[in-house]
Design a protein around this ligand. Structure first.
Ligand code: SF4
Length: 476
């Protein structure tokens, strides 16, 4: 735990993020961090950690007048605090001072400001204290994204959210509920969702945008009945705003929901890529995390999806339920043998809203850094390329999630959404639409209501907001 005292209240959230990297919220010891950079310390940044003082010169410019200067000062303040914490706790962190910004997004920002790709790794190491392996990885990912995205303002991604799952995984904090518990809401939800999709697509067309990629996620879209699922797919495909061959992903995350009928429906609708996610192939782990399927279910679903000719992604998670590195790597080895096009390696995150967090589970697998490091080595030796990366708050050992792909199978939706390169028109409860204005360095967001019941009750109000919101999409 920690207590922050500062004379720069507007920096509290960012400073707290850095302190959290070094302190454990379940640790009963309270660390007191004082950060002064305004009234109490006009020329210097003064940081005290449990009474030990660290002093740094302020950067030349800190008028706080312009947005850019403000942003640069926040960055500087976080780096100063990181340096102090690192000295105090005598610990270096793999991602150094980076919090609240995706490493690749920062790298793109640096490239835009004139730093060559070859200089990115060194700059991340020197200026942000990122370790060499992570800095090299960031540069490699930028390289592997090359040629797989566009920033054309005429394109937009379409996202559709189905917030139901067969059961709730213990680590899940997504907008998703067990389908059995909300059965009576499923049908009205599908009805409204289809209306929202049709309306959204009309707006996209009216504003002369083209769909770059489609992603139906959740939740587990394939948990819907065959007819409900077909209606959602039809609402998307009847839009006529995307051409055959457009990347069209459908999450079919829970293997037990993947039936021959669902596969046929996806195939007919032009779905090109599906996710079949075991998370682990260890039976004890699957049971402990609240998933109802077996490893065998995964292999059967995988074979059926592969035989139908989809590009396949599989997700696994490092750090689940006291798994050892050997157990985790055993899962990975079995998956690599299948040669899916994409493998995404997540690190367990104790997110707010998850059962793990609510039940204050404090015992987690150890050696997670070793797991993700070995995973990276095995995957790269097997011909996979790391091609996108994101970090989540509260992930074990502050590690990251990395998407790997076989050459030329990069998921363009993952790249353009993660890197905030293209706008997103999102449909469904809790779905967040984003308008990206690269030339103005600006992003606008519109979130639908998360709660399914409220989403249905206030549907018309949300559609009005969306209409107004998407009309801004022509501003770039
Ligand atoms: S399958 Fe995914 S969305 Fe559904 S409960 Fe599990 S983690 Fe959450």
């Amino acid at each position: 735990m920690f207590r922050l005292e500062t004379d720069a209240a507007h920096l509290s959230a960012e400073l707290s993020e850095v302190i959290r990297l070094f302190t454990d919220e379940y640790d009963p010891a309270v660390h007191t961090v004082a950060f002064y950079c305004a009234d109490k310390s006009p020329d210097k940044i003064r940081i005290q950690i449990n009474g030990t003082e660290f002093v740094y010169d302020k950067p030349d410019k800190n008028s706080g007048g312009s947005k850019l200067e403000n942003r640069m000062f926040i960055r500087f303040a976080k780096i100063a605090l990181y340096k102090a914490l690192k000295s105090f706790f005598k610990r270096d962190l793999a991602w150094g001072s980076l919090t609240g910004i995706r490493p690749t997004k920062l790298a793109y920002e640096l490239i835009k400001s004139g730093v060559p790709l070859a200089g990115i790794s060194q700059l991340l190491q020197n200026n942000f204290f990122v370790s060499r392996p992570k800095a090299d990885l960031t540069a490699l990912i930028i390289q592997n994204q090359s040629g797989f995205y566009t920033q054309n303002p005429h394109y937009i991604n379409l996202y559709v959210h189905v917030p139901f799952c067969p059961s709730r995984c213990s680590y899940c904090s997504f907008v998703s509920v067990s389908v059995d518990r909300q059965q009576k809401l499923v049908e009205p939800y599908v009805e409204k969702l289809c209306v929202e999709i049709q309306k959204t697509v009309q707006l996209i067309r009216a504003h002369h945008k083209k769909i770059y990629s489609v992603y139906i996620g959740g939740g587990t879209p394939t948990v819907l009945s065959d007819t409900q699922f077909a209606r959602v797919l039809n609402a998307v495909t009847h839009s006529g705003t995307f051409t055959p061959g457009t990347e069209f992903t459908c999450e079919a995350g829970r293997p037990e929901t993947i039936t021959a009928q669902k596969i046929a429906l996806m195939k007919n609708a032009g779905v090109t890529r599906i996710s079949v996610n075991p998370q682990s192939l260890n039976p004890q782990t699957l049971h402990a995390i609240g998933r109802n399927h077996t490893a065998e279910d995964f292999f059967n679903a995988y074979r059926a999806a592969r035989d139908a000719g989809f590009n396949i992604n599989t997700d696994i998670i490092a750090g689940l339920y006291n798994e050892t590195p050997e157990q985790f790597l055993h899962t990975l080895t079995q998956i690599i043998r299948l040669k899916p096009h994409n493998i995404t390696v997540h690190t367990l995150s104790r997110k707010r809203g998850s059962a793990l967090k609510e039940n204050r589970v404090t015992e987690f697998a150890s050696g997670v850094a070793q797991m993700t490091h070995s995973a990276q080595q095995s995957l790269m030796q097997s011909g996979y390329l790391p091609y996108y990366l994101y970090r989540q708050k509260l992930s074990l050992e502050n590690l990251e999630n990395i998407g790997y792909c076989l050459p030329d199978t990069q998921c363009v939706n993952n790249i353009t959404v993660m890197e905030e390169m293209l706008s997103v028109a999102a449909c469904g409860a809790g779905a967040i639409s984003k308008l990206i204005f690269p030339s103005q360095n600006r992003i606008e967001r519109l979130a639908n209501i998360k709660d399914v019941k409220m989403y249905l009750e206030r549907f018309d109000e949300q559609m009005h907001k969306k209409e107004k919101f998407l009309s801004n999409s022509t501003q770039e």
